[in-house]
Write a protein of this length. Structure first.
Lengths: 261, 177
């Protein structure tokens, strides 16, 4: 025993014990990798398509934007970003009209090769836009609630997150798996800019002259929609990880009809 | 020596702990987005113009360039003893409430290919003063006030336009005779 302790305290003994520890550690890791490899081997051909995810945003049944993984590629995406509301004025004689109820049906299509869960984040706000269409200033002092977007198919197909909803942003979750090639029902129906807009004025009086300025005059209303899609494999973990949902938030979705699997 | 032992022990413990940490999971996701919008008119400005001949005022209401579409109505007032008769080209109708209403939506003026202002006018309503004395005295004058109001076009759930005269934008008048 003393001889062992003496050896253990020596430089050679310490180094030897350290090397043995490293060998033991490495061996255990290799064993784990072998186990994973043997599991993957059984479903190898299916695992190769796990990343072929894709999603498309549609407006009045027409595709607007999409991002699809290109199969058999080295992480190449087929993507296109379009513009919303382009054809809207056609509904009102060729020009945009305040107060007119425009038919605007936004929906989502699974344009990938795997089933997925989807959610949509919708934003409405006012901004100053230059002649090139570039936003130069976001007008946070103007009221987004004057941009009315009517929701559709709530409860039956879409869940509106009322806990995080603001006048500017809304989040909606499709309440079940969206299979490959299928489209959701629309989550919006009508878009109307409030007819009270022309009456929002600011009057100032100086030297007997009354000046009336229309608060929304020359300002642009913007509607923005972002679609997020996530794999269904390990669905609960995937949703929580990708969308940042807490257990409590997920349970709230379940209570409102959200279904995993 | 003792310090080296402690160090190696800690290193060994760290290696064992690292081996027990589960591997990180990556989930396949994708995302897309789109945006759109329109600019609202920067004003709703109108003005009434009139011309006078043979005791008749021709009324024209102008919706200036850059303004939003509106409905307009007009009426006239004269002093006691004088009567007022309205004539319309068919675009105006008697609302039987004292006001005459311009039937079409009045869109703002626009510019043609030469840059000249076109459209944006509601004309065709004239006001004739009646009971004019047969021998008016020189210097005698009278006032006829023409008043007009405008309101932005509103749309019902079917997209059909209508006017809400409880909320008017512009009220103007002219005085003279």
């Amino acid at each position: 025993m003393k001889a062992f302790q003496k050896w253990r305290s020596s430089g050679a003994g310490i180094i030897t014990l350290f090397v043995v520890a490293v060998i033991l550690f490495t061996t255990s890791a290799i064993t784990g990798a072998q186990a994973a490899l043997s599991i993957r081997s059984d479903v190898y051909s299916a695992a190769i398509e796990l990343k072929d995810i894709g999603v498309t945003l549609t407006e009045n049944e027409k595709p607007v934007s999409k991002r699809d993984f290109v199969p058999d590629s080295a992480y190449v995406w087929d993507e296109y970003i379009g513009q919303l509301l382009v054809d809207m004025p056609e509904q009102s004689g060729g020009s945009f009209k305040i107060g007119f109820p425009y038919q605007e049906r936004f929906a989502v299509t699974n344009s990938g090769r795997i089933d997925e869960y989807v959610r949509v984040r919708v934003y409405r706000y006012w901004a100053v836009v230059d002649e090139n269409g570039e936003m130069t200033e976001k007008r946070c002092d103007l009221d987004p609630s004057l941009i009315h977007l009517t929701w559709d198919n709530l409860g039956s197909d879409w869940i509106l997150d009322t806990d995080t909803e603001t006048a500017e942003r809304s989040i909606l979750y499709y309440n079940r798996i969206l299979p490959v090639g299928e489209s959701t029902v629309p989550f919006t129906e009508l878009l109307t800019v409030d007819s009270a807009l022309p009456y929002q004025v600011t009057q100032t009086t100086e030297n007997g002259v009354i000046t009336t300025v229309y608060d929304y005059g020359g300002v642009t209303f913007l509607v923005e929609a972002e679609v997020d899609a996530v794999q269904t494999h390990n669905g609960r973990d995937a949703i929580q990880s990708a969308w940042g949902l807490t257990d409590e938030q997920l349970e709230t979705l379940f209570a409102q009809g959200f279904r995993i699997g | 020596m003792k310090k080296r032992r402690i160090f190696l022990f800690l290193l060994l413990a760290a290696l064992i702990l690292c081996a027990s940490v589960p591997s990180a999971m990556a989930y396949f996701t994708t995302q897309t987005k789109a945006m759109g919008g329109y600019t609202v008119p920067d004003r709703f400005i109108t003005e009434v113009e009139e011309s006078l001949h043979d005791w008749t005022k021709e009324i024209t209401i102008v919706n200036f360039e850059g303004s939003g579409p509106i409905f307009v109505r007009a009426r006239a007032y004269a002093g006691s003893g004088y009567g007022i008769e309205y004539q319309s080209d068919g675009n105006w109708y008697d609302g039987e409430d004292g006001w005459w209403y311009y039937r079409p939506i009045l869109y703002a003026q626009t510019r043609d290919e030469h840059g000249a202002l076109v459209g944006g006018t509601a004309s065709g309503l004239s006001v004739t003063i009646s009971n004019i004395p047969d021998d008016p005295r020189v210097g005698e004058s009278f006032n006829v006030v023409v008043v007009y109001e405008s309101t932005p076009v509103q749309y019902d759930e079917n997209g059909d336009p209508y006017a809400d005269w409880t909320m008017t934008l512009d009220t103007g008048e002219t005085i003279g005779g």
